[in-house]
Design a protein around this ligand. Structure first.
Ligand code: ADP
Length: 400
């Protein structure tokens, strides 16, 4: 039987999954991927093969059988049945784990001790970490001999210099873990690994990667190493996102608490679910809907989204000591020529010259030859990054 690796990305209301084979080759092959959405309300399961064709779909009943743990068990059984049909042996499961705390700078094989350590970071990421870890625990309970690897969204940024990671707060708070971590690390790491293949010279330079999806952040890479990120203590900091505000004066939170008498839970709900593009526009968190809308508030939401990216490009350029390249990735970055154009317009002072036709076609290189900054579109692949890490941790680096 040839080996395969499964990837699980477990969130508060969804579980995404995939399976890769050809694990002895540098780039593994996607066999299937899918997700269970609407956990807690009306869970729906959908799986597609490596070419994107739907291979299975079902709706779960609401009630006891729609909880996270039960759905995870069903999913593991479904994956097992499929891979046995295909004659594949499971070598391990890789998990996206949002928080690796101050010290985990690389993926790690999970045992009871590691799991206990990762549980300490639940307070740092209460909306994501519990779900990430509960999937690991469910698999441990179902079948303790399956090897599991935790891949962290924070790990890639542990190379940031101390001054980029420390808040100007009393030092004891920093020692207890109140510091800047940065997120989307698996996406940035994938881009950092892909760049030398696509643009070897640029890979040795100073690059800003703009991960513009539902979650939005940017990262400064110097020779492929993260030196700064727009996200900080939580995945709420930095840029305007679908439903999160990004950078916010802490005085606003005090105002909500003290003057508006809002509770912690109400503020968390406001900042995680009702702000960002949705909050400004009052229409949608989906960039496609806003781009198609004539509503002035939709236009204003996009305006603010782009303005803040422009300002942070300046900040990251300063942290990098100059700039050689700008890379767009994730849903909006990969698919919206209009947003790419507008971001390049606000950053034109850097000497960016966009090739509008190449941008419209979504080519890999979208800047003109004379542009001082190379601008590229590189699709991210966090699942493949997790599968690669899992393979490397469990089997050693098997590629030659
Ligand atoms: P997630 O962070 O959940 O992985 P994605 O990276 O898939 O999200 O990005 C989702 C975002 O990408 C949504 O705001 C969606 O509107 C946007 N998006 C996807 N396709 C397009 C498109 N063609 N034009 C503009 N925005 C798009």
């Amino acid at each position: 039987m040839s080996g395969c690796i499964s990837v699980i990305n477990s969130g508060s209301s969804s579980i995404k999954f995939s399976l890769f084979d050809q694990i002895e080759q540098e780039e593994m092959r996607l066999i299937f991927s899918g997700q269970i959405e609407g956990i807690g309300t009306a869970p729906k399961f959908k799986a597609k093969d490596g070419d994107g064709l739907v291979i299975d779909e079902k709706q779960f009943e609401q009630g006891a059988s729609s909880g996270h743990e039960h759905l995870m068990e069903e999913l593991i059984d479904w994956i097992r049945a499929r891979r046995l049909e295909l004659g594949l042996e499971l070598r391990g499961v890789g998990h996206r784990v949002v928080h690796g705390g101050p010290f985990y700078s690389r993926p790690v094989k999970v045992d009871d001790q590691v799991l206990a350590e990762l549980e300490q970071f639940i307070v740092l990421a209460p909306l994501h970490q519990p779900h990430n870890l509960s999937s690991i625990r469910t698999i441990l309970q179902m079948s303790g001999d399956i090897e599991q690897v935790a891949c962290f969204d924070t790990a890639f940024h542990r190379t940031n210099p101390p001054e980029a990671q420390t808040f100007a707060l009393p030092y004891e708070l920093s020692e207890e873990g109140v510091r800047r971590y940065g997120f989307h690390g698996l996406s940035y790491e994938y881009i950092a690994r892909r760049l030398p293949e696509l643009a070897p010279e640029l890979a040795n330079g100073r690059v800003i990667v703009a991960h513009l999806g539902n979650g939005v952040s940017m990262c400064g890479l110097n020779i492929g190493v993260s030196v700064a990120s727009t996200m900080g203590f939580s995945a709420m900091d930095g840029l305007v996102m679908g439903t999160r505000p990004g950078n916010l004066d802490p005085g606003v939170v005090l105002y909500l608490l003290q003057e508006k008498q809002m509770s912690g839970d109400e503020i968390a709900d406001l900042l995680y679910k009702r702000s960002g593009l949705l909050g400004i526009s009052g229409i949608s968190n989906d960039m496609r809907v806003l781009l198609a809308s004539e509503d002035p508030r939709a236009k204003e939401a996009i305006e603010i989204f782009v303005y803040r990216i422009g300002r942070e490009i300046g900040s990251l350029t300063a942290a990098l000591g100059g700039l050689d390249g700008l890379i767009f990735t994730a849903g909006i970055g990969e698919h919206s020529p209009e947003i790419r154009q507008r971001v390049c317009d606000v950053a034109s002072w850097l000497g960016i010259e966009l090739d509008e036709a190449a941008n419209g076609r979504g080519e890999t290189l979208i800047s003109r030859p004379q542009s001082k900054i190379a601008v590229m579109v590189i699709p991210t692949n966090e699942e493949l990054m997790i599968a690669t890490h899992t393979r490397d941790v469990l089997l050693g680096d098997v590629t030659v």
